[in-house]
Ligand binder design. Structure first.
Ligand code: BES
Ligand code: ZN
Ligand code: ZN
Length: 463
């Protein structure tokens, strides 16, 4: 999609955002949020979008309204549209920024497997805008990265294998100041990343550990490690998931997709940051080679782990990936993203992701980035009682807590990961609820993969 700033639009359709009760003479149109009304005069169309009371209008409201407007334009099968920047000046360009984001993110549709392709909007003309071209380019780059993450998740699990993710990482590193290392199954075994090896052992597509190193900042700027859960399909293993829970489990690599997408945006924008992206990629399969419930495996860090459920596999691969990453790159902080627990959907729904951290400062910075981008987070505690519930009897740790079934599963999952972060600053984002939405687009949040986390991390990292 091309974004063109102009005051002389060629398009015969214009979108306008209207605050509630503004003097606009349209029957049945009050300007309430979600109201959309198309009006034609002399062959020219105007799509009026309600944005609610002027005083309480926020960039988030504009982002969502712009996304919905673009979706209404798509329904009209238009190839071009003009959009007027709403006059809501608060002295900054935050409303205009949010509007462009809404347009770019809201236009996404996944139709790789649709025989009939929908008409795409090729050009959006922006009227009354003041954003410098470099900022527009940045927004375009970030939203393309979000869409890249969405595509990786929406594609079939039989296509997106661990090897496929490794190939994507190599592509990113091919053209930039970014290096890639991929540990294959043999190297994982040799280096004793036994938890990753165990989870990946049941599949015909072997596990890998992908590491991308991007150094865009001065040498003394500390390294931030982004670790993404890359379970390319989570069958549950021998603790097989039932029908109703298994169908969307290709989504279990959204953490990995977000990490690839953030790295790709950092590379393209030449962001002045030092990052490592780490992706333990496995297919948690069921079969005669699959790892065993009740067995004990020795992690890379040395702690032994009793397997109480092969479906609690995310924490296992993250534990090894984080321990190996700390050893290898000595990052100042680790942020992991994972579709870790169904419990986080029970707790926070599909609107907000769970945030866990051993550092108040890091938690606050991530929380603020969430408020700014609309990819919101809510922090939950990791008190000692939760960690205590993971003490093993035969081994050091159990991968499920001793709590009553289902109790505090998101917190105990975070507590398990915390056993492997040592004294490194760490935050964990449980994105099982926010990453995927079957029901249909909610404004800028696309149907199926949402791309959650990409804009959040870009904002946290300051690019
Ligand atoms: N990948 C799932 C979590 C998940 C659930 C992601 C729903 C997306 C949507 C994870 O590996 C898992 O199976 N978690 C279990 C943990 C349980 C065995 C403690 C869960 O949450 O049920
Ligand atoms: Zn699982
Ligand atoms: Zn999983």
């Amino acid at each position: 999609m091309k974004i063109r700033y102009t005051e002389k639009p060629k398009s015969t359709l214009t979108v306008r955002f209207i605050p509630e009760n503004d003097t606009i003479d349209l029957p049945d149109f009050t300007g309430a949020i979600d109201q959309i009304n198309t009006h034609y005069k002399n062959g020219k169309g105007t799509l009026f979008c309600g944005i609610g009371p002027r005083k309480s209008c926020t960039p988030a409201i504009i982002r969502t309204a712009a996304a919905k407007a673009v979706q209404a334009v798509q329904k009209l099968k238009r190839k071009a549209v003009a959009v007027t920047v709403p006059e809501l000046t608060n002295g900054s360009t935050t409303f205009e920024t949010a509007m462009i984001e809404g347009i770019l993110l809201g236009a996404y549709r996944y139709c790789a497997y649709k025989s009939e392709k929908p008409v795409e909007i090729a050009t959006v003309e922006i009227l009354g805008g003041t954003l410098p071209p470099a900022d527009v380019r940045r927004l375009q780059c970030i939203s393309e990265s979000v869409n890249y993450a969405r595509n990786l998740v929406n594609e079939n699990a039989s296509v997106i294998t661990p090897a496929y993710l490794a190939k994507e990482a190599r592509k990113l590193a091919a053209t930039s100041q970014c290096t890639v290392t991929v540990l294959d199954a043999t190297e994982l075994r040799r280096k004793k990343l036994n938890l990753i090896t165990a989870v990946g052992s049941g599949s015909a597509t072997p596990p890998v550990l992908i590491m991308l190193e991007y150094r865009g900042g001065p040498r003394k700027v500390p390294v931030t490690a982004l670790v993404g859960k890359g379970v390319t399909f989570d069958s549950g293993g021998q603790n097989l998931k039932p029908t109703g829970s298994i169908e969307t489990m290709r989504e279990d690599m959204v953490g990995a997709a977000a990490v690839l997408a953030v790295l790709s945006a950092a590379i393209r924008l030449k962001a002045p940051v030092n990052l490592v992206g780490v992706i333990p990629a496995v297919h948690n399969a069921i079969g005669s080679r699959a790892f065993f419930p009740g067995d004990i495996y020795t992690s890379y860090a040395g702690k032994t782990v009793e397997i109480w459920s092969t479906d609690a596999e995310g924490r296992l691969i993250l534990a090894d990936a984080i321990a190996y990453c700390r050893n290898t790159f000595k990052p100042a902080r680790v942020i992991d993203l994972a579709t870790l627990t169904g419990g986080i959907i029970t707790a926070l729904g599909e609107q907000i992701a769970g945030l866990f951290a051993n550092s108040d400062e890091l938690a606050a910075a991530l929380f603020n980035a969430g408020e700014e981008t609309g990819e919101r987070l809510w922090r939950l505690p990791v008190y000692k009682e939760y960690s205590d519930s993971l003490k093993g009897d035969r081994g050091d740790l159990r991968n499920l807590s001793k709590f009553r079934k289902g109790c505090a599963s998101s917190i105990t999952a975070a507590a398990f990961i915390q056993e492997f972060v040592g004294d490194t600053e760490w935050a964990h984002l449980d994105i099982a609820g926010t990453a995927y939405n079957e029901a249909g687009a909610r404004g800028e949040i696309a149907q199926f993969a949402s791309g959650f986390g990409v804009r959040l991390l870009a904002s946290y990292l300051g690019f």
